[in-house]
Design a protein around this ligand. Sequence first.
Ligand code: ADP
Length: 448
Amino acid sequence: MFRKILIANRGEIALRVVRAAREMGVASVAVHSTADADAMHVRMADEAICIGPPPSSDSYLSMAAVLSAAEITGAEAIHPGYGFLSENANFVQAVEDHGIKFIGPSAEHIRMMGDKITAKETMHRLGVPCVPGSVGGVAHLETAQIVARDIGYPVIIKATAGGGGRGMKLARSEDELENAFRTARSEAKAAFGNDEVYIEKYLGRPRHIEVQIFGDGKGGAVHLGERDCSLQRRHQKVLEEAPGPAIDPETRERIGQTCAKAVADLGYEGAGTIEFLYEDGEFYFIEMNTRLQVEHPVTEAVFGVDLVREQIRVAAGLPMSFRQEDLRVNGHAIEVRINAEKLPNFSPCPGKITQYHAPGGLGIRMDSALYDGYRIPPYYDSLIAKLIVHGRDRPEALARLKRALGELIVDGVDSTVPLFHALLQEPAILQGDYTIHWLEDWLKRNVG
Ligand code: ADP
């Protein structure tokens, strides 16, 4: 096992990794920008090192700064968390070139899945069902027209290098195609420095279902069921649950086996998520995330595993601590993402937390780096807390969520807590009957 690992991240996820490491007897090194000198992950880690000024490009995204920090502190491995450098194949390569272990998959697998066209081709080859669409990238409008006519409108134009819900454009008919195609390309160029796009059939009322997989890097892999992350605003997840209300055990087993087999064939190492749209009983692969997800705690709750501990173990060359037959769904878990944002526009709301009180009691988990008096810096993501509840079944989890939200106090900044209070009154939420468009429609009617 490693003696010391460095965590190339901040906020709740950095804290999450510190906690797993400490339970394993592994020392942790926090890195931080000057804006985060007083952050909780800095306080909680065994060591901390400043890696640059506030902008992420000069600190959390600076490969040179992170690598130097690892060398100076003698860290044997780097956990990237999510976001920042977690899916940067060049970073992984640089880490390994310095003789440091990257806690995650190989640079090759990250590169393969980071390019959405290659990812789709690979998954198709491995027997994973995909959305009908263009074979590879589409460079000309004429080709786009032929493909769109072939698969039928509406279609969605997506950036090969896309991420975070950006660079996607809908065309409902041929009239809209030219504009959508050109806009998608120029937005992709501006956001990702790569204007390659591809075309997919647009699914009208799917759910977002993602399968958690875990590979040992030696050809062994398991699946840990699915999460339903259909509640989204601007393609960003807002609430996630496991198991999916629309997925029965047989369907879970079928798609889970398909995913586990695919990543086993790749020799994939560590945690990963295969994302699907799910409509009329069919799964359609959209992308694979080669890292830990924000919403991993709902899976941990229902399967009773520690995914970060497992990541560290496998990176250290140990075998996985569970086999497929050990993994069984127990109850139901829901996560809500609490952001420092002001409704109705969800504009970021940094500032000083004047009072913070986390809910507690049976079945409650609060993943947050907040504390009384903490000043949320304006430079980073607005996620300030994840509230995860676990119950014997979905109604119990919902009741617990409502109770926990009632106990939570976050004063000093606006947050998305009122949104969840309101959502818990909605029959569609209570019944688990929603698609990826439900929240946007609801927001239009209720928040304006
Ligand atoms: P990103 O990497 O930017 O998150 P994804 O491919 O994962 O992009 O898609 C993000 C979201 O966009 C999905 O969760 C879904 O809401 C929507 N989406 C993507 N592809 C389609 C499609 N073919 N039809 C309908 N909606 C889609």
